[in-house]
Design a protein around this ligand. Structure first.
Ligand code: COI
Length: 374
């Protein structure tokens, strides 16, 4: 019933989420949570397959106090605690086309990334088809919350967590896959204005051998290990008036890694460079799409180690992510030095932004098979 083309028709009968947009101020959407109508959940016990997923009204979930996702294992050395957060998440967007049809951008890539992350975190994962089906169901059931064309998107958040009760340090006996959604506009409060980044040289986002390359919740947590201090560094930078933090690698404290919420690119002439993903950098789906679009546009794209010193000579810097899309960077401050970059009309970032967003919204023909109409 839920995986064949008449899906949207079935939905109109089963879930009366009309085609009209919900009554809200669509002109002032930011990235705050707007609760929608339905969420999707599916469970897996004892490492068997995920099954019997279903939509239910959006609302609170019940968890055992000893759920794997909430608990920790105590390392016995030197009074140190090692927190285990069994949790992965994804983020993808649904757009509303002029003809009312919904369009998803590369949902298969999110499904594959969650699968890779689940293997790294020793968790079972829904199949690619189950993942995509759940995302489609959630988007369609919340159709009235997909903003009008050009006003934003429905941000869809799939989560995978160890929900089973566990006391000792071991994988949880039950896992829950959840999908919820919220309409969103621009991620940064700056809107489309250029970002001002701060190079963080005290705190690090990830470390070799860790899980910085997968979308685990601990990479975004306040303090989940000695290295994972993203919210602390971000809060400190925001208090100083910066938009976000640009991290350096934790070994040499020299090479660019990523921004708290997105990947980073620098432009010099016809060459666009981005840090190579080496296990400490998230394999962004927007990152990967921009690399391909930039090559199609005739740019030379390099994935390599980028010493922080190169920031001084760059023409442009921009960041990419599902939530962020592509955001121009107007300045980067490293120590006492602030470097400014070209933004706006005629910028490389602007050219790539128009192409990507055009494909995502169904305005530019998708020759790559990236978009999925539902
Ligand atoms: C996304 O871009 O989808 C993310 O998950 C980043 C998050 C900080 C909003």
């Amino acid at each position: 019933l839920f995986s064949s083309p008449p899906l949207s028709l079935c939905f109109q009968l089963l879930f009366p989420s009309d085609d009209e947009c919900a009554d809200m101020d669509w002109d002032n959407l930011g990235f705050g949570l707007v609760p929608t109508d339905y969420m999707y959940s599916m469970k897996c016990s004892d490492y068997r397959k995920f099954e019997q997923g279903q939509l239910s009204r959006y609302g609170k979930i019940e968890l055992s106090p000893s759920a794997g996702v909430l608990n920790y294992g105590q390392a016995s050395c030197c009074l140190m605690y090692l927190f285990i957060f069994e949790g992965l998440f994804e983020g993808l967007k649904a757009y509303r086309k002029e003809d009312g049809q919904l369009i998803l951008f590369r949902p298969d890539q999110n499904a594959i990334r969650m699968d890779i992350g689940a293997k790294r975190m020793c968790m079972p994962c829904p199949s690619i088809d189950q993942f995509i089906d759940a995302v489609k169901q959630t988007a369609l059931a919340n159709k009235r919350w997909v903003p009008p064309p050009g006003k934003g998107s429905l941000y869809i958040r799939p989560l995978l967590m160890g929900s089973g009760a566990i006391l000792g340090l071991a994988p949880a006996p039950e896992y829950t896959f959840l999908v919820f959604a919220s309409p969103v506009g621009n991620y940064f409060k700056e809107g489309l204005a250029p970002l001002n980044l701060y190079v963080e040289d005290e705190f690090h986002r990830a470390t070799p051998g860790g899980a910085g390359g997968v979308k685990t919740i601990s990479n975004y947590a306040p303090v989940s290990s000695f290295f994972h201090t993203v919210l602390k560094a971000l809060g400190r930078a925001k208090n100083r008036g910066f938009s976000d933090v640009l991290y350096l690698d934790s070994v040499n404290k020299r090479n660019l890694e990523e921004v708290s919420s997105c990947n980073i690119f620098i432009v010099k002439g016809n060459v666009i460079s981005t840090p190579a993903t080496n296990g400490t950098i998230l394999e962004g789906i927007t990152r990967k799409s921009i690399i391909e679009i930039a090559r199609d546009c005739g740019f030379q794209v390099e994935e390599r180690a980028i010493p922080v010193d190169e920031l001084v000579d760059a023409d442009e810097v921009f960041s990419t992510g599902t939530a962020v899309v592509i955001a121009p960077v107007g300045s980067i401050t490293y120590g006492d030095k602030r470097t400014e970059y070209k933004t706006g009309a005629g910028s490389v970032c602007g050219e790539l932004h128009s192409t990507l967003v055009g494909i995502q919204r169904g305005i530019i023909e998708d020759k790559k098979g990236w978009t999925v109409e539902i």
